[in-house]
Design a protein around this ligand. Sequence first.
Ligand code: EPU
Length: 422
Amino acid sequence: MNMQQLVINGKNKLQGEIEISGAKNSVLALLAATVILNGKTTLTGCPELSDVYSTCQILTSLGCSCKRKGNSITVCSDDIHKSDIDHSLMMKMRSSILFMGALLARFKSRPCEVFYPGGCPLGDRPIDIHISALSKLGAVITENGGKLICKAPNGLKGADISLMFPSVGATENIILASVLAKGETNLSNCACEPEITDLCRFLNKCGAKIYGYGTPNIRIVGVEKLYGCEYKVCPDRIETATYMGCAAVTGGELILNSADTSSMTAVVPVFEQMGCKIYAREHSILIAAPGQLKPVKNIRTMPYPGFPTDAQPIVMAALATAGGTSVIVETIFPNRFGQAAELVKMGADIRIENDVAIISKSGGLYGASVKCHDLRAGASLVVLALACEGKSILSDIYHIDRGYECLEQKLNAVGGDVVRTY
Ligand code: EPU
């Protein structure tokens, strides 16, 4: 798998329509949630991604049945019998940690064993907020050589929990653990990301009582049981931003169908400042790019509804083609400029000083052999390769396959020249 590469010939103007897939970061949380449901759940709009596959492997390893048919995945956890997850499966992605909350809710006093999760190398990614919040709900979590042994000897009980940072994963873990807890949980300073809203809508459809999601204050009234249902995964806002980047750097014009415009409010103005014209309908976005992008001086990544850190590498690639100096401040992750050194190999002029990136007008962009450092860094290389003169060869593309469904097919259908080699 590691040997696969993407060969991209740049300078083709992209024109046409792209269908946006279901959100990776939503479907992963929804799949983890199926552990606490009775009966069958069918999730529709599930993208074909390696992270989704790995999450299904976790479910299967626990004894759940998990079947994919096209873009639908049907899970039934009625026969779940294992309460521990192998180290190798936990290491595949960050979202595996969501099974901690889900298994605690399912097994309560029976010990569950998980490990520290894997995921993109974006600097230190602790889980202290997850652990302290779950402890407030009655969980006892002990660590033994990287293994986390979790149980709730007296069951889980609702609590008032205030997060020191609105962590997406911690918010999801608390929601998963508290929907079946006794009594009420009041969560403050929690994450507001659309994927949290999707998880809450899904759980409410299964019978949960969650209020206030999409805001920093969520109230959860524990219920006795939850029942599986059919649910459509929300559109992927980062995939949407990525194709906006692809249109922007090629002077192209793309219509992104099935996009969730309401989740793009911090991203759209950035592309507008670059000089792109954007026409947003409720479920589609048209982006028309100028011949030369303009720089943007003040992008700062923030928790939702601020500018998403996941779109930062993509926007950096787009700004590398702009006719002036741009500045990006990364506030969410301590080390999320892994793409910069590779973008520079393609001729980008990028200077990094701690959490600030200064992107200046390039003296010329040309195809190069580059390596994907992580998922969104990989996507940023695709974006810049589309703008380069000549051929780029991207290696370590397994990172990209974690989060982009049919990337080369989607790009080639709108005029791109992207070939996967084996
Ligand atoms: N943090 C802590 N302690 C914790 C949890 C988080 O210090 O217990 C810190 C992290 O180290 C980081 C910041 O808080 O500096 C944000 O982390 P958060 O928990 O919000 O992120 P996450 O749940 O690990 C999810 C997405 C990421 C996305 C971030 C921020 C999933 C599976 N992952 O990660 O997506 O960047 O939220 O929006 O939902 C991606 O898709 O490429 C990706 C990395």
